[in-house]
Write a protein that binds this ligand. Structure first.
Ligand SMILES: Nc1ncnc2c1ncn2[C@@H]1O[C@H](COP(=O)(O)OP(=O)(O)OP(=O)(O)O)[C@@H](O)[C@H]1O
Ligand SMILES: [Mg+2]
Length: 458
C-alpha cells in the first residue's frame, strides 16, 4: 500500500502542556510545533503548511497579543494563502477579531474543546484545498469566455475589450496566428449591447474572390446564372449585431473598394440590386498581416485601413505572456483529458519547463494541438516534454549565456540563493539555513557542493 502523506499542520504554542496535548490530539496530521514567532517562520519556510494553529499570546508578550499579531502578519506576508486559526484566551474576543481583521482565517477561544477545534481545522484544510484548486484553474479573464490569462499584457487586453465593447468603433484585432483574435472579436460582441443579436464571421481568405462579393452583400434574383432567388448577404444578416471580417488583409482590391463604401455610408447594395439597404452593424476585423506594409506595397487601401482600424487591439504572442502558457496549458489538458476519457493529471517539471521555453510560433492553437496529441499518446499520468514533442530547455532557462543542462541551471540558481542568504546573515549558517527553508546539514552539503566559503565557522 502506498503511504498516505499526512497534511502538515503548524502549531504555534508556547505552553508545553498544551503543545503535548495538541500534538497528541492531531496525530492524524504531520504536526510541526513552534514555540516562538521565529521558529514558526522557520517551519513555515521549510514545510509550507496549508493551515496554522496559532496562539495569540506568544513570548515575549505572552500576556498581550502584539507578538502574536506580528507573527500572524509575518506568516501571511510570506505565504498569503495560509489559513491561520488564532487561539486566544477566554474573553479575548476583541483580540481575536483584530486578528481576523488582519487576515486570520478563523479564531478559537480557550479552554480547549478539541472536537470544535477539530472541525475548524478540517474546514480550514478543506478551504485551503478548494482555493488552491481554484487558483490553479483560474486565470479566466473577466467577461471573456474561454480566454485565460493573467499576465499584465492580457489584463490590459481585457480592460481594452471592456472599454471598446459598448462602442460601435470599428476595431482591428492584430496578432500572430492562433493568438485568439477570433475569441477577442466574440468577446467584443458578447460584452456589447449587441450581444442578443447575431455575430457573423467571414474569413476573407477562405472564400474565392468571385464569390466573396455576393457572400458579403447578397444578390438579387437573376443577377447572375444560378441566382435563383434573392439572397441577403452576411453584412445584412448581421443587422443589429457584429460582423467579423477575419483575414481582412486578404480581401481582394475590388472588394476593398466596396467594403469602404459600406463603412462610409452604412448601406449595402446587393449584386444586381438597385436599392441601397441601410445596415447597422459593428465591424470587427482581424489579420495577422502587416497592413501598413501592405499599404506601402499598394496591396491594401489606406482609406479602408483607417475605416476598419478606428481602434486597434494588439494580442501578444503566447511566448510573451510569461506563465500564462502554463495556465492555458493546464486548462487545455483538463479539457482534452476529459474529452478523450484519459486520466492525465498534469505536466512533469521538465514538461512545464519545456512549455515555458518553447517559442510557440503557432501560439495557442499549436499549444492545443501538442497537448491534444500528448494526452492521446502519453503513457503516464503526467505529460512529459517528450510527449509534447518539445525539447527540454537548458539554455532557454538562463538566457544570458550558454548553459550545459538543467542541472547547471539549478546549480546556478542554488548558488545565487545560498550566496544571498549567507550575505544577509553575515555568514551565519544556521540563520542562512532558516532563511532558505532547509536544514543546517543540507546547507552545509550545498556549500560544499557549490564550493562556497562561509567566512565564519558556525
Ligand atoms: N487566452 C486564451 N485562453 C484559452 N484559449 C485561448 C486563448 N486565446 C485563444 N484560445 C483558443 O485558441 C484557439 C485559437 O484562437 P483563435 O481562433 O481566436 O485565434 P486566431 O488568432 O483567430 O487564430 P488564426 O490566426 O489562426 O485565425 C481557439 O481554440 C481559442 O479558443
Ligand atoms: Mg482566426
Amino acid at each position: 500500500m502506498e503511504p498516505i502523506t499526512k497534511q502538515k499542520l503548524l502549531i504555534v504554542e508556547d505552553d508545553p502542556g498544551l503543545q503535548r496535548q495538541l500534538k497528541w490530539h492531531f496525530d492524524g496530521y504531520e504536526v510541526l510545533m513552534a514555540s516562538t514567532r521565529e521558529q514558526a517562520l522557520t517551519l513555515l519556510r521549510r514545510h509550507e503548511p496549508a493551515v496554522v494553529l496559532q496562539d495569540l499570546g506568544l513570548p515575549p508578550d505572552a500576556e498581550g497579543v502584539e507578538e502574536g499579531l506580528a507573527c500572524l502578519r509575518d506568516i501571511l506576508r510570506l505565504a498569503p494563502h495560509t489559513k491561520v486559526i488564532v487561539v486566544t484566551g477566554n474573553g479575548q474576543r476583541d483580540n481575536a477579531l483584530r486578528a481576523v481583521a488582519q487576515g486570520a482565517y478563523d479564531f478559537y477561544q480557550k479552554p480547549l474543546d478539541v472536537s470544535v477545534l477539530d472541525l475548524i481545522t478540517q474546514r480550514a484544510f478543506h478551504m485551503a484545498e478548494l482555493e488552491s484548486a481554484l487558483r490553479r484553474s483560474l486565470g479566466g479573464l473577466p467577461g471573456m469566455t474561454g480566454m485565460i490569462g493573467s499576465c499584465e499584457a492580457m489584463l490590459k487586453v481585457g480592460r481594452m475589450v471592456e472599454r471598446l465593447a459598448p462602442t460601435r468603433a470599428s476595431t482591428l484585432v492584430l496578432g500572430e496566428s492562433g493568438t485568439g483574435k477570433e475569441l477577442v472579436a466574440r468577446a467584443l460582441h458578447n460584452l456589447s449591447p449587441r450581444a442578443g443579436k447575431t455575430f457573423i464571421a467571414i474569413n476573407c481568405a477562405a472564400i474565392p474572390e468571385n464569390l466573396l462579393e455576393s457572400e458579403l452583400f447578397g444578390y438579387e434574383k437573376g443577377a447572375f446564372t444560378g441566382a435563383h432567388k434573392t439572397t441577403p448577404g452576411k453584412v445584412e444578416s448581421a443587422e443589429g449585431g457584429t460582423l467579423f471580417l477575419d483575414e481582412i488583409g486578404d480581401m481582394p482590391a475590388a472588394l476593398q473598394a466596396k467594403m469602404l463604401r459600406f463603412l462610409q455610408e452604412r448601406v449595402v447594395e446587393r449584386v444586381g440590386g438597385r436599392e441601397p439597404i441601410p445596415v447597422d452593424v459593428r465591424v470587427v476585423c482581424a489579420t495577422h498581416r502587416d497592413l501598413p506594409q501592405m499599404i506601402t506595397d499598394g496591396l491594401f487601401r489606406q482609406d479602408l485601413y483607417f475605416r476598419v482600424a478606428e481602434m486597434t487591439l494588439n494580442l501578444p504572442a503566447l511566448r510573451d505572456r510569461g506563465d500564462d502558457v502554463l495556465l492555458i496549458a493546464r486548462a487545455v489538458l483538463t479539457s482534452c483529458a476529459s474529452q478523450h476519457g484519459r486520466v492525465v493529471k498534469g505536466f512533469t517539471p521538465e514538461g512545464e519547463a519545456a512549455l515555458r521555453a518553447y517559442a510557440w510560433p503557432g501560439n495557442i492553437r499549436e499549444l492545443q494541438n501538442r497537448i491534444n496529441s500528448a494526452v492521446i499518446l502519453c503513457d503516464g499520468v503526467m505529460v512529459t516534454a517528450e510527449d509534447l514533442d518539445l525539447p527540454v530547455p537548458a539554455a532557454a532557462v538562463v538566457a544570458e549565456e550558454d548553459v550545459l543542462n538543467l542541472r547547471v541551471v539549478r546549480q546556478r540558481a542554488e548558488r545565487l540563493c545560498v550566496e544571498r542568504a549567507l550575505a544577509r546573515t553575515e555568514g551565519n549558517v544556521t540563520k542562512a539555513a532558516e532563511l532558505l527553508g532547509i536544514t543546517r546539514p543540507t546547507l552545509y552539503d550545498l556549500i560544499e557542493k557549490l564550493g562556497l566559503h562561509t567566512g565564519t565557522p558556525a
